[in-house]
Ligand binder design. Structure first.
Ligand SMILES: [Zn+2]
Ligand SMILES: [Zn+2]
Length: 388
């Protein structure tokens, strides 16, 4: 598992161009006994692997459980001194290399034990590209990856120091992610004559300050929202007022209705502030991912399963929800399921955080993640795949 993980770490890809990653996953699957006809391409660079049980039928209805691993890296430079340091313009700084390896390890247990699983039952492995953007879950869904699926599960590593091993909860666990763009138009002119023009730069600065007041003045305090303007561009010379100015940022919420409400307020604040200064504001939203909302039954299932496996004191809600976003949220719009977190803090490397250039997946937790995948299937399909 560690060697596979380090291979993926060394050759990361992303943005729906995960061709070599896809080929390597296929190669490993074939080497562990997976039949070629069980493996299907999906969304270009993703894979859907159907592992049907080969045991006696034990009930009338067919059941499919989907397990998902994201396979892409981030477009950034790695700043580690490792033998397996990234050799591409991407880097596995979110630990998806670990996610692939954990699901492959579980796959090898499933494939060796298909005779112990009823032929009514199927495990569907989803190896999904482009989680970091532009998003691979929707294209996978459009390609049919959820057809016939009863429940879906996904996990993410979390390398921060918290007691225990598993974080899971019902309801919102990760935020929505929406891009906000504001174009402020004024009238350009000479820097020495501000009374003759309409100043898009001042209007944009005023809009920025008013936007920050939305959270404290216009949204009820119990709602968790983040509005960050992270780009502010305009102007090109010391003596020229520009025609326009551009603001861009991100919105994070845990509730689709609050998101809608916040968007309406951003439009109102931007437009009225711009008009009061003789300018106009055009506001645009690009929804990336909706909030990730776990279904209660599946969240409870993961909580009980991991508490039984590791001890109740290792499982909890502390630290949830998180303001990051995940396109696993799209799967949960269609099917019941749960997304949970495996705590992977490494005392030897206390400063490693996700998306930081010095991140590296903690290999000590690979087996634990694979074990959870196997336990989910044992429990759901009422079979015994591991010898204790
Ligand atoms: Zn990430
Ligand atoms: Zn990630």
């Amino acid at each position: 598992m560690i060697l596979y993980r380090q291979h993926f770490h060394k050759f990361p890809e992303g943005h729906l161009k995960e061709y070599k990653t896809q080929a390597k996953i296929r190669e490993i699957l074939l080497s562990i006994g997976c039949q070629n006809e069980w493996i299907n391409d999906c969304a270009g660079t993703g894979l859907v692997v159907n592992l049907r049980g080969q045991g006696e039928p034990d009930e009338d209805k067919q059941r499919i459980i989907a397990l998902r691993a994201d396979i892409d890296g981030l477009k950034m430079q790695e700043n580690n001194d490792l033998e397996y340091k990234s050799q591409t313009e991407y880097a596995h700084m979110c630990g998806h290399d670990g996610h692939i390896s954990m699901l492959l390890a579980a796959a090898s247990i499933f494939i060796q034990n298909l005779n112990k699983i009823s032929q009514n039952m199927m495990i569907r492995l989803l190896f999904q590209p482009a989680e970091e953007g532009p998003g691979g879950a929707l294209p996978m869904i459009n390609d049919g990856c959820l057809e016939g699926v009863d429940e879906i599960f996904g996990l993410h590593n979390r390398p921060i120091y918290l007691p225990g091993l598993i974080r899971v909860k019902s309801g919102a666990v990760m935020a929505s992610s929406t891009i906000v763009e504001i174009k402020v138009r004024g009238v350009s002119g000479h820097g020495s004559q501000p009374h003759m023009i309409q100043d898009a730069i001042s209007a944009s600065a005023a809009i920025l300050c008013q936007l920050h007041a939305i959270k404290s003045r216009l949204i009820e305090s119990k709602h968790n929202v983040v509005l960050s303007i992270t780009q502010f561009t305009g102007g090109f010379a010391d003596s020229v007022f520009p025609d326009s100015c551009y603001l861009q940022g991100t919105i994070r919420t845990f509730d689709s209705q609050i998101l809608k409400d916040l968007e309406d307020k951003i439009i109102k604040v931007a437009q009225t502030t711009a008009i009061s200064m003789g300018c106009t504001a055009e506001v645009k939203f690009v929804e990336r991912y909706p909030p990730l909302i776990n279904h209660p039954d599946q969240a409870k299932f993961i909580e009980n399963l991991t508490a039984n496996a590791f001890g109740a004191e290792f499982v909890g809600e502390q630290g949830l929800p998180v303001s990051g976003a995940e396109d696993f949220s799209f799967y949960l719009h269609h099917k019941p399921g749960c997304f949970f977190f495996l705590l992977t803090y490494d005392f030897n490397f206390p400063n490693r955080a996700l998306h930081q250039s010095n991140f590296d997946f903690n290999d000590n937790l690979l087996a634990t993640g694979a074990y959870i995948w196997v336990k989910i299937i044992e429990e759901k399909f009422n079979c015994k795949l591991l010898t204790e």
